[in-house]
Write a protein that binds this ligand. Structure first.
Ligand SMILES: NC(=O)c1ccc[n+]([C@@H]2O[C@H](COP(=O)([O-])OP(=O)(O)OC[C@H]3O[C@@H](n4cnc5c(N)ncnc54)[C@H](OP(=O)(O)O)[C@@H]3O)[C@@H](O)[C@H]2O)c1
Length: 318
């Protein structure tokens, strides 16, 4: 007797559904797994799995048979904050899935921009000047907050470009070439050693508002900030005050507490803030699909969801 096909509901906002539906259907067809991949439109599909990005609130009310929800991104704070998300429903997120190298590229581009003064060039440059300063001293220390799937790749990329690199995580991490600090006890020393701070943290109850004025003041005067983690880890007004007081040299911000960043937010117009619209780590379709298809195959073979890469510890919040 043939097994009935497993139903998978796809519930995405801020991402176009159709190309993802096609990619998942192709991904499952390629391995011959009988599944129905259907868009969630508000009526019950009796789905066993859901693939989501900021799903509509009614998903969990309507789909009562869900066994696992797959988050089509690395950050899960939005999903975990949904009041309707059942407390016992396991959540699995993407781990790297091609995002980490793109984010490392984004960060290294800004490291080059900052350390070589590349903003001086491009467009109409006025009087031609060949004899500009070139950096010949020791490169500034890059400090990476969050040394997980993404932060570790950023730290390794900076090491490869010969930056001294320090890192900070909740539990101690060993990465070749990186001086690692951990936990609340290591934070001040980590910040004091950092001249270019890269925030690659998830947003949790512990990391929310972590970078306030006092913590920003622990950085050496004139340090730079690059935030690719989550906007809520930084106190916006404190960041602006630190920039205006010259404590911080500049900030590159890819993520914000409210997204899209409201048009009247001062970040848009601040002369020493570079705003990019959450594009440092796009989710490349093929590796993302492969990761979720693999995970569903493993579950179908009886593996425990807790053993999957990307299983989210809901108590920890990431
Ligand atoms: N801008 C974008 O386009 C984009 C794209 C993808 C992801 N992101 C963001 O990047 C974040 C990180 O993703 P990931 O895949 O690298 O996550 P991850 O693998 O779970 O790594 C998270 C890292 O943060 C550390 N951490 C968590 N809470 C901490 C705390 N309270 N104190 C110190 N360190 C703490 C963890 O410490 P341990 O190592 O000790 O666990 C770990 O090193 C995501 O959550 C998302 O917000 C942004």
């Amino acid at each position: 007797m043939t097994q009935p096909a497993t139903t998978i509901a796809v519930a995405l906002t801020r991402m176009t559904t159709d190309p993802w539906l096609r990619a998942f259907r192709e991904g499952f067809a390629a391995i011959g797994l009988p599944v129905d991949v259907l868009p969630f439109t508000g009526t019950a599909l009796r789905a066993r799995f859901a693939i989501v990005w900021l799903p509509p609130e009614d998903l969990f009310k309507v789909e009562r048979d869900l066994q696992v929800v797959f988050n089509l991104g690395a950050g899960v704070e939005g999903l975990l904050a949904m009041p309707g998300l059942p407390a016992q429903l396991p959540v699995v997120r993407l781990v790297d899935a091609g995002m980490a190298p793109k984010m490392a590229e984004y960060v290294c581009f800004h490291l080059a921009r900052l350390t070589r003064g590349l903003d001086r060039f491009g467009g109409a440059q006025g009087t031609p000047d060949w004899n500009v300063d070139r950096p010949r001293g020791a490169p500034p220390t890059v400090g990476v907050m969050g040394l997980g799937a993404i932060g570790s790749v950023i730290a390794q990329a900076a090491v490869r470009f010969d930056y001294p690199v320090v890192g900070w995580s909740r539990t101690p991490r060993a990465i070749e070439g990186v001086r690692a600090y951990a936990g609340a006890a290591g934070l001040d020393e980590f910040l004091a050693a950092t001249r270019i701070l890269v925030d690659a943290l998830p947003l949790t109850s512990d990391t929310a508002n972590l970078l306030d004025r006092a913590r920003l003041q622990r950085l050496p005067r004139g340090a730079h900030l690059i935030n690719v983690g989550r906007g809520g880890t930084i106190v916006d007004d404190d960041l602006l005050a630190a920039l205006d007081a010259g404590e911080l040299g500049s900030a590159v911000l890819d993520v914000f507490r409210t997204e899209p960043l409201p048009e009247n937010h001062p970040f848009w117009r601040h002369p020493r803030v570079t705003v990019t619209p959450h594009l440092s780590g796009p989710t490349p379709r093929r590796p993302a699909v492969r990761q979720i298809v693999d995970a569903i195959v493993r579950l179908q073979h009886g593996e425990r969801v807790q053993d999957l890469p990307g299983w989210v510890d809901r108590a920890r919040g990431y």
